[in-house]
Design a protein around this ligand. Sequence first.
Ligand code: DLL
Length: 438
Amino acid sequence: MTATTHTTQPGALDPEETMSRDQIEAIQTERTAAILDYAYRRVPLYKQKFDDHGVHPSDFVELADLAKFPYTTKEDLRVTYPFGMFAVPREEVVRIHASSGTTGRATVVGYTQQDLDDWAKLGARCFRISGVKPGWRVHNAYGYGLFTGGLGAHAAIERLGATVIPMSGGQTEKQITLINDFEPEAIAATPTYLLTIGDAMQRKGMDPRKTSIKVAVLGAEPWTQQMREELEDMWDIDACDIYGLSEVMGPGVAGESNETKDGSHIWEDHFRPEVIDPFDERRVLADGEAGELVFTTLTKQALPIIRYRTHDLTTLEPGTARPGHRRIGRITGRSDDMIILRGVNLFPTQIEELILKVPGLSPHFTLEITRPDRMDQLSVKVERRADCTSDRAHAAAAELHQLIKIHVGSSCQIDVLDPGSLERSIGKMRRIYDLRSK
Ligand code: DLL
């Protein structure tokens, strides 16, 4: 037998997972000081940003001092494209990922061997806390390739000691065949793609509740408690969240417990989160206050990231299943997905929540924004459920209209469509179609 590179037994908790808050903060203080110094010495952009900001790594003494340091944004990665923010010689970077983004250049991220090892370890924590067991088969339907989802979850599943089925995203028919034939106990996918697979099974007369799947580890896009209930009911499973972003690592920054199902625990021995006021970035908010999530990586070698502005809107909550590590509250959405409709701020998750309160409506929906007569107009295009007749669909549309008026404070047009009318997600679902001419 050869020795493995990791010391803990598959399935056992890492010692850091059970540390107290004080122990975690002691580690964070030490690691933040080290990473600020490392980034300053090794990445010219950080040296310049810190100098311009009039701050030096030696100004960091305690965790509150992190607020003195400047933020990092996607733009910083774009201007240094492709490898300008790497802190190690290029040859030490053993893996590259990239996210395409909707506009401009891709953002490129890199990993050393140690970074990959940490990523697998933290990803394994996520699958384990969600109830996935060593020895289980895990069907991985996150896309493989430059996206971090596929390969990130892949390494995590293997590290846990489970069997990974590297299916990737798309080819829904084949997904169904492999789920039936290989009988996985767990699945990893975006929530909307799990919905697509379930929907395709039902159309073929199969019942997703009868598959072998018991746990789903879902992330890469915002989803609501209502969507959790929808998927748990559709598949007869426990559906848990996994959170991450490429610039900070990939899937595995935070994972949700199947026992508490109360939001993902951030692995705070490797990441220091903050929530800030997105409109006044000097204000770091208290736990429980809603704002934009910001991360500092504490151990990453190839791409140390200081105070990265994620644009994800949420709160930080005290740890429960892992008391030393705080949780991400509900993610309302990304600030760049916020629709401003005649002065009212609106997120697709709010509409998802309301749609799923109306019995005849399905979770398949998109939002279209137009500007006829120079007035913003939102139309919600939503499929009725197969068991909802067209007559009842009319009443369902009226009910949704009323709910949106009450809860969002805005009128909109509701188009109830026949089942199967809208394009299905194969990964991250695009909800918003903004057709206003810019
Ligand atoms: O989506 C990494 C990932 C893959 C996470 C698979 C989980 C599972 P990016 O493509 O860089 O990385 O997109 C990151 O996706 O800033 C959030 O806006 C969103 N996001 C990721 N996970 C969640 C989640 C991957 N659990 C961006 N809930 C992030 C809500 C999420 N939004």
